[in-house]
Design a protein. Structure first.
Length: 79
């Protein structure tokens, strides 16, 4: 099964807690290709390839007073 993990987010949903441990380790884009355990942490240039797709889609579905937990590194330049 292939698809985008953000396809499951429905407009108007109100989720209390979202926890995400995306691929966040900075590295070459080539490391993101293929399959296996090494691809699971490969996050691209700044380690934000998946994070940058996720962030704009997750905020609209978090319920008022809800929480969003994201694993990242200082190298990801979180804002």
């Amino acid at each position: 099964l292939r698809g985008s993990f953000t396809d499951m987010f429905r407009e108007g949903a109100e989720i209390d807690i979202v926890v995400c441990n995306p691929p966040y380790v900075p590295g070459d884009k080539e490391e993101m290709e293929g399959c296996g355990i090494s691809v699971s942490w490969a996050g691209g240039d700044r380690g934000r390839e998946v994070i940058d797709i996720l962030l704009p889609k997750v905020w609209p579905i978090i319920a008022r007073g809800g929480f969003f937990y994201l694993v990242c590194l200082a190298e990801n330049e979180p804002e």
